[in-house]
Structure formats: structure tokens, C-alpha cells
Design a protein around this ligand. Structure first.
Ligand SMILES: Cc1cc2nc3c(=O)[nH]c(=O)nc-3n(C[C@H](O)[C@H](O)[C@H](O)COP(=O)(O)OP(=O)(O)OC[C@H]3O[C@@H](n4cnc5c(N)ncnc54)[C@H](O)[C@@H]3O)c2cc1C
Length: 525
């Protein structure tokens, strides 16, 4: 058994922020299922929204967030996060993150604009912001004597007093599979933080990396936490469409800098869908593309920035330019083929502004959580900001809290399971689940499709749980069990919403109700 003051599950921006804020005073265990830098944070291209320019204001950023969130953002949360945006960015600058500079701008940095933002307020490191941030923070983490990084360790389940047959419901750490040793280890801690990211892999097509399998949402749910607003799944409108590439995102900033969406014959179509045209929020653009693709029977549409000078494109989008060129597409001369793909999980485990969940000593920070910032639709570039602001608040709260006494924790018991006999069950169910979610729980939903999805999910769930009870755990089995659990929560939440709002569009209920309400599911109900 390994013992820490604080156990952090996940090493994206949320987990890294927490680790660095806690490590001066606490022994931290940072568990991550692949290597330290693997997770959505590293793939973020566009940047981080923050009020840095004196011409901008906290009120304007809040207002933009509330408008995107379609009536469901929690105003207190939004204000808290936006008000702390500048200090979060200052912290990154202090640590040495190489944001793109602009000596002509009074902030000294280049600020870009994205869909739904009324000002240029996105600070970025060219078009690879996430990688610049996580590699800088990652170096500090590796060098810190109080942080033990456990790579290739996948958390399986949380250890709670309830599961140990004790009173109350408090978390004491987690069991994790050490993938290299192929053995389950006990990780005990007075405080545990789920910083495990979102659940894009529940769907067939996603911009998310392979790590985004909803593990934290499912573990938190099994431990007794409520989830909220799980039906709001954001589709990024522009994922590169090419047979030889997987989930490569074309950042919102391409539209922000003048990129135009066109049909194969060159016709521009966004102005006929929304007055804001290409700068409309993501859900509007994704639905418009879906509509045009279905109407014309297209495999993709095109995003055209080629009319801008080649030097401008190369300077602003070096990463996209180079990646497309490798595939034979020169974006300085021709449009980019794009399709929508799942991008962000707006809902998650219910937390307060300090990241507290419903279980004592258990916190959730980042995409795994639902603080109320994103409402029914996330405003672009607000999520990295949320990871840092809530991460810093949760760290402060943990440093103030009295560490809990740890009870006797039994080791993982696998005496009654054997080696799997038919691993095809995992790969088959993995594909079936993600295809069903794509076909029945996509951009446009109906009651019939959702019911169909739920029936499939119930059957898959039974089969997967039976398999889980009988065989040794593996990375894929752990993820599949979490994917099916998360998929069920998404569909059940979608069935509860009898309206269309933000990212949830139902053909059976096209209207938006006058009174907005959150969807809430409780494991004890
Ligand atoms: C392609 C792309 C571009 C984006 N661009 C932007 C942008 O420009 N601006 C913005 O604000 N947002 C952007 N987002 C969204 C943003 O990147 C994410 O919301 C944010 O990075 C989430 O951070 P996180 O720390 O919560 O999770 P992640 O960064 O996803 O990290 C999760 C971590 O948890 C680990 N993990 C998961 N399950 C387990 C387990 N069971 N055991 C152990 N470890 C586990 C993973 O390995 C990983 O280390 C983008 C997302 C994508 C996919």
C-alpha cells in the first residue's frame, strides 16, 4: 500500500494545478493512466479565455459565458471563475509558459478571439497552447520532491467508508492497476481528487484523446456522487476529415481569424443559418454543418482560410499547417475538409466552488466536474481556465482542512476471478457502444433514438459487469465499464430533458422552456 496526504487521479491541467499548489505542504501522489502529458489538456490548441485587456471587462466575459450557456450557467460560479482569470494566467506566466507575444499590444501578449466571445481575450501559445502549458508544468512536477508521479496506473475504483462498511461516506483513496506490473495497488490518502477529464470516447468520433473514457464520472457515481447536466455534449464543428488522421481538431481560432465554411461547390452557408455566421457558437455551427451534410449527402464540408496571406497562416496556425501538409493539404492554397466530432463533456460530478463532491474528502476538478460554469453549452476556451481557478481553490481548501484518520484498508481481492477467456467481448462491446451513442445520441436527438440507445446500453452493461465480476481487470475492461456507465448517465439525462436547449436538441421537443432547470441524477435515488 502507498500512502499520501493527497491522491490526485489525472495529470491534465486540473491535476497539475492541484499538485503544484499542494506539494509545498503535502505529500502528493499523482496517478495517471498513460504518461504524464497524455490527456486533453496537452491537445488544446486555441488557448485560455481571461480578462487581460483593459478594453475588456469581467462583466463582458461573464455575459458571453451566460449567453453561450443558454440560461443554465450558475452565475456565482461564472463570476468566481472569471474574476480569478487574470491571476490564474499570471501564475502560468510566472512558471514560464511561453505564450505568444505581441509587443504592440498593451498586455505584451497576442490575444485572439473565438466564437461567442465579444472581445479578443484568448491568450495562447501559437496553436499549441495546451502542450506549452502542460510541458512547462510537467517539468516542475517531475522536479518536485513532494510529488510522486505514478504513470501507467489506471484508477479502478475509489475506496470509501461506505464500501468498507463504516459510517458516513468518506473517501480514503483508490485502487489502481499498475499496468506494467499487471497488479492492483492500494493508494491511500486523506484527500482524493478526481481530475480525470471528460468522456468523449463514449462516442465513435471525437477530438478527445484515448484517455477520455469518463472514468472519474463513473468512479464518482459508484462512490455516491450526483451527476448533473450530462446530456450536454459539445460537438466541435471542425475536426479534420481525412482517412489517415485520427481526431485532429481545426481550432475555433481559424474561424476567429476569418475562416469561411463552404460547401464542396464553394458556396458559403453559415450566413443563412445565423447572423453571426462562422462566429456563431459551436452548437449552432455544428448543427448547421450536420444539416448541410445530411441535406446534400456529404462526407464533409470545407473550412477556407486560403485567401489570407500564406505568412499569416503559417505564423498563426503552424501546427495545423504542418499537419495538413503532411496529408497533402496545403491550407494556404486550398480549403480544409472538416466534420463535427464530440469535443467536450459539459456535465459531470456535482461540485461547489472548492471542488467538493457529495462524498467527504473527495474532490472533482476539471472536465470531470460540473461546477455550473458551462451551463447548457461551453463557451470556447473557458475550460482550461476552470481547471486552474477551481484547482487553486480546491488546493487552498485542502490545505486548510484537517486530514482524516485512515481506517484499515483491505488489499484488492481478486481471489475469485480468472484470466479472461474471450477478449473479443471487450472489443466488440467497445465498438457497439460507441456506434450506438453516435447514431442515437448525437447532435439531433429523438425520444425513440434515446430509448433505443438505453435498451442497447442496458444489455451491454449487464454483459460487461458480468465479465468484470469473473475476470482479472485490464486497462480496456476498466475503461469499457466506465464508458458504458457514463453513456447510461448521458442517455438518462437526455431523456429527462423535455425541451431543446444549448447543446441538447430534440426533434420531439424543439421549444425551449421558459424556466431553465438543471438535470440531476443521484445514485441513491
Ligand atoms: C483537441 C482539443 C482541443 C481543446 N482546445 C481547448 C482550448 O483551446 N481551450 C480550452 O479551454 N479548452 C480546450 N479543450 C478542452 C480542454 O482541453 C479540456 O477540457 C481540459 O484540458 C480538461 O482538463 P482536465 O485536467 O480536466 O483533463 P485532461 O487534460 O483530459 O486530463 C485527464 C487526465 O486524467 C487521466 N486519467 C483519466 N482516467 C484515469 C484513471 N482511471 N486513472 C488514472 N488516470 C486517469 C488521463 O490520463 C489524463 O492524465 C480542448 C480539448 C481538446 C480535446
Amino acid at each position: 500500500m502507498l500512502k499520501f496526504d493527497v491522491l490526485i487521479i489525472g495529470s491534465g491541467l486540473a491535476g497539475m494545478t492541484l499538485a503544484l499548489h499542494l506539494a509545498e505542504h503535502r505529500k502528493v501522489g499523482l496517478v495517471t493512466k498513460r504518461d504524464l502529458l497524455e490527456g486533453s489538456s496537452t491537445y488544446a490548441q486555441g488557448g485560455i479565455a481571461a480578462v487581460l485587456d483593459t478594453g475588456d471587462s469581467v462583466e463582458a466575459h461573464i455575459q458571453d459565458t451566460l449567453v453561450a450557456g443558454a440560461g443554465l450557467c450558475n452565475e456565482d460560479t461564472t463570476r468566481f471563475i472569471v474574476e480569478h482569470s487574470k491571476e490564474a494566467i499570471d501564475w502560468l506566466i510566472e512558471l514560464g509558459v511561453p505564450f505568444t507575444k505581441d509587443e504592440t499590444h498593451k498586455t505584451g501578449y497576442h490575444l485572439t478571439r473565438e466564437g461567442g466571445h465579444s472581445h479578443r481575450r484568448i491568450i495562447h501559445a501559437a496553436d499549441a497552447t495546451g502542450a506549452a502549458v502542460t510541458s512547462t508544468l510537467g517539468q516542475k512536477i517531475k522536479a518536485h520532491p513532494n510529488i510522486t508521479v505514478l504513470e501507467d496506473h489506471i484508477a479502478i475504483d475509489l475506496i470509501t467508508s461506505k464500501k468498507l462498511g463504516l459510517d458516513d461516506n468518506r473517501c480514503f483513496g483508490a485502487y489502481a492497476l499498475d499496468k506494467q506490473a499487471d497488479e492492483v495497488v492500494t493508494l491511500a490518502a486523506s484527500h482524493t481528487i478526481l481530475a480525470s477529464g471528460g468522456a468523449g470516447k463514449v462516442y465513435l468520433y471525437t477530438t478527445n484523446p484515448d484517455t477520455a473514457t469518463g472514468d472519474g464520472i463513473a468512479m464518482g457515481w459508484r462512490a455516491g456522487c450526483r451527476v448533473s447536466n450530462m446530456e450536454f455534449i459539445q460537438f466541435h464543428p471542425t475536426c479534420l476529415y481525412h482517412p489517415h488522421t485520427k481526431s485532429f481538431l481545426i481550432t475555433e481560432a481559424v474561424r476567429g481569424e476569418g475562416g469561411i465554411l463552404r460547401l464542396p461547390d464553394g458556396t458559403r452557408f453559415m450566413p443563412s443559418h445565423d447572423a453571426r455566421a462562422e462566429l456563431a457558437p459551436r452548437d449552432v455551427v455544428a448543427r448547421a454543418i450536420d444539416f448541410e451534410m445530411k441535406r446534400h449527402g456529404l462526407d464533409c464540408v470545407y473550412l477556407d482560410i486560403s485567401y489570407k496571406p500564406a505568412s499569416f497562416i503559417q505564423e498563426h496556425f503552424p501546427n495545423i499547417h504542418a499537419h495538413c501538409l503532411e496529408l497533402g493539404i496545403d491550407i494556404t492554397k486550398e480549403p480544409i475538409p472538416v466534420v463535427p466530432a464530440v469535443h467536450f463533456t459539459c456535465g459531470g460530478l456535482v461540485t461547489d466552488l472548492d471542488g467538493h463532491t457529495d462524498v467527504d474528502s473527495l474532490y472533482a476538478v476539471g472536465e470531470v466536474a460540473c461546477t455550473g460554469l458551462h451551463g447548457a453549452n461551453r463557451l470556447a476556451s473557458n475550460s482550461l481556465l476552470e481547471c486552474m481557478v477551481i484547482g487553486r481553490a480546491a488546493a487552498a481548501e485542502i490545505l486548510n482542512a484537517q486530514p482524516a484518520e485512515l481506517p484499515v484498508i483491505p488489499s484488492w481481492d481478486d481471489s475469485r476471478v480468472t484470466d479472461p477467456d474471450e477478449e473479443v467481448v471487450i472489443s466488440h462491446n467497445w465498438d457497439e457502444l460507441r456506434r450506438a451513442m453516435w447514431d442515437y445520441v448525437g447532435i439531433v436527438r429523438t425520444n425513440k433514438r434515446l430509448e433505443r440507445a438505453l435498451n442497447r446500453i442496458k444489455l451491454l452493461s449487464e454483459e460487461i459487469n458480468e465479465y468484470y465480476s469473473n475476470f482479472h481487470v485490464s486497462n480496456d475492461l476498466i475503461e469499457l465499464r466506465n464508458l458504458v456507465q457514463t453513456a447510461e448517465l448521458i442517455v438518462r439525462s437526455a431523456l429527462l430533458r423535455k425541451e431543446s436547449r444549448g447543446l441538447h436538441y430534440s426533434r420531439d421537443y424543439p421549444e425551449t422552456l421558459a424556466e431553465p432547470h438543471d438535470t440531476m441524477l443521484s445514485p441513491s435515488a
